[in-house]
Design a protein around this ligand. Structure first.
Ligand code: GCO
Length: 484
């Protein structure tokens, strides 16, 4: 390898990079975002069914009622994945399809759907990577208190047992939770996600109960899975840059506070068996953390085979000087009234970041992914990693010949795959990469306005068209060599 190749392009636009033989190339979706069939075959209501019907919560009043109709187009979508050459598919299971009320009776039609999905993947040589919870909490569990209530972890453990017994002979990797940061802080703090509550203390209780639910679910899945699956959780890490405020103060203090809430509130208990002291101190005025019971931390701290990493962009923070209007551009998902940062919302501000940006307004920063992977290796040297989401929304247009040229998305993916490859070269134990998303889909508070797919979905006809980025990615997945 020449020096030039080793250093690569400063803009991360490499080609010809060769990925390891056993590197997994996959793509990801989530149940509520793609399935549709929201009221069919015994599925119960989830918090997103309820939330998306509250006027003003989701762009254009969109809901997941039909979404990509993946539930009815399963075989077509499986064929599409095979045609692309995907090595793995990361999907999530809608809890209310399995247990319509979140507790009690099992809905066999729900199990049958996911069983068919898993078999269909295996028949096509695609590894099933199943997430138990990508935010569709059964509504009756929310009515009983939701994630701030400890009983939700009992229900989740039972649900994990059911799924372990049903699919644990065939699933390749179990992921307990997707992005508990979003479930806790956006769902119960900021309020821009279902169930839309703005209660800082409840958000922190939700953080703990989600962590506990993960630990209990790993135990339940291990006890019931008869195959040899791997176990994981997916976190959305915040890659932070700090700026001094108008008084020249506090860049590192601002980073420390947000890092504690966003990252270490999860990696602490999950991977080290303790909540960080500074997190407990920063949030002392919000809660006394008495919801952490004896033995919880041991339960949470289960060994996992792979840590799922979702990465889209960086965030820039500084200590608020108390004088200038406070900026709250935290660059993540829909804005709402409450705070995603209990204990630090009056202290830290999020600063607008220089472009270029994606259609979400998120800055494009492939170096942030490389930095994140290296930093995780440094913090947790023995923990294998997997990029479980990376991708970009852009406003695609269909060309006259029916193709979907999406050069910006292709460029985004090239640059982030280059970043991942550099981390691999530096010795990071990175096992694979899942592009978000296989299909254009329901982007939460943004409804169908934001397209993340490498496959276009026409939301009138539900027709699928592989975009240029999808073709490019398919070639990468099939050859392991980054195409020009
Ligand atoms: C998340 C989820 C996905 C999103 C994606 C783009 O990170 O919020 O895992 O469901 O659609 O991240 O915002």
């Amino acid at each position: 390898m020449t020096t030039t190749q080793r250093q690569g392009n400063p803009d991360y636009r490499d080609s010809g990079l060769v990925f390891p033989e056993d590197f997994t190339f996959g793509s990801a979706t989530a149940s509520y975002q793609v399935e549709g069939a929201a009221h069919e075959d015994g599925r119960g209501a989830s918090i997103w069914d309820t939330f998306s019907r509250i006027p003003g919560k989701v762009w254009n009043g969109d809901t997941g009622d039909v979404a990509c109709d993946h539930y009815h187009r399963l075989d077509e979508d499986l064929d599409l994945m095979q045609q692309l050459g995907l090595g793995a598919y990361r999907f999530s299971i809608a809890w209310p399809r399995i247990q319509p009320t979140g507790t009690g009776a099992i809905n066999q039609a729900g199990i049958d759907f996911y069983s068919r999905l898993v078999d269909g993947l295996l028949e096509r040589g695609i590894r099933p990577v199943a997430t138990l919870y990508h935010w569709d909490l059964p509504q009756p569990l929310e009515d009983a208190g939701g994630w701030p209530a400890r009983a939700t972890t009992d229900a989740f453990e039972r649900y994990a047992e059911i799924m372990g017994a049903a699919l644990g002979d065939r699933v390749h990797t179990w992921t307990t939770l997707n992005e508990p940061w979003c479930s806790a802080y956006l769902g119960y703090g900021q309020g821009g996600h279902a169930p839309g509550r703005s209660e800082p203390a409840a958000a922190l209780a939700a953080v703990h109960h989600l962590n506990l639910a993960h630990g209990r679910a790993v135990q339940a899945l291990r006890a019931t899975s008869t195959g040899d699956p791997q176990y994981s959780i997916t976190l959305n890490f915040h890659v932070l840059r700090g700026l001094p405020n108008s008084r020249g103060e506090g860049a590192s203090e601002a980073v420390r506070r947000i890092d504690a809430l966003a990252n270490r509130a999860f990696t602490g208990p999950l991977l080290r068996g303790a909540y960080p002291d500074d997190l407990l101190e920063d949030t002392a005025s919000v809660t006394d953390w008495s919801f952490v019971h004896e033995g919880d931390l041991e339960t949470i701290n289960q060994p996992i085979d792979v840590l799922g990493v979702n990465y889209y962009s960086t965030a820039t923070v500084r200590l608020w000087d108390g004088v200038s209007p406070r900026q709250q551009n935290d660059g993540h998902k829909a804005a709402a009234g409450g705070t995603a940062w209990p204990g630090s919302s009056e202290v830290v501000e999020f600063v607008e970041q220089p472009g270029p940006h994606t259609a979400m307004g998120w800055n494009i920063a492939p170096e942030g992914l490389e930095e994140l992977l290296l930093s995780l290796r440094e913090q947790f040297p023995d923990q294998p990693l997997m990029v479980t989401e990376n991708g970009a929304a852009f406003d695609d247009t269909v060309a006259a010949d029916g193709t979907v040229p999406d050069p910006e998305r292709l460029d985004y993916l090239r640059r982030h795959f280059t970043a991942a490859h550099r981390a691999l070269q530096a010795g990071v134990d990175l096992r694979g990469y899942f592009v978000w998303s296989l299909l254009d889909n329901f982007e939460w508070g943004y409804g169908y306005a934001k397209r993340f797919g490498i496959v276009r979905v026409d939301f009138d006809t539900l027709e699928r068209t592989v975009k240029d980025s999808g073709r490019w990615y398919g070639e990468l997945a099939r050859t392991r060599v980054m195409p020009a």
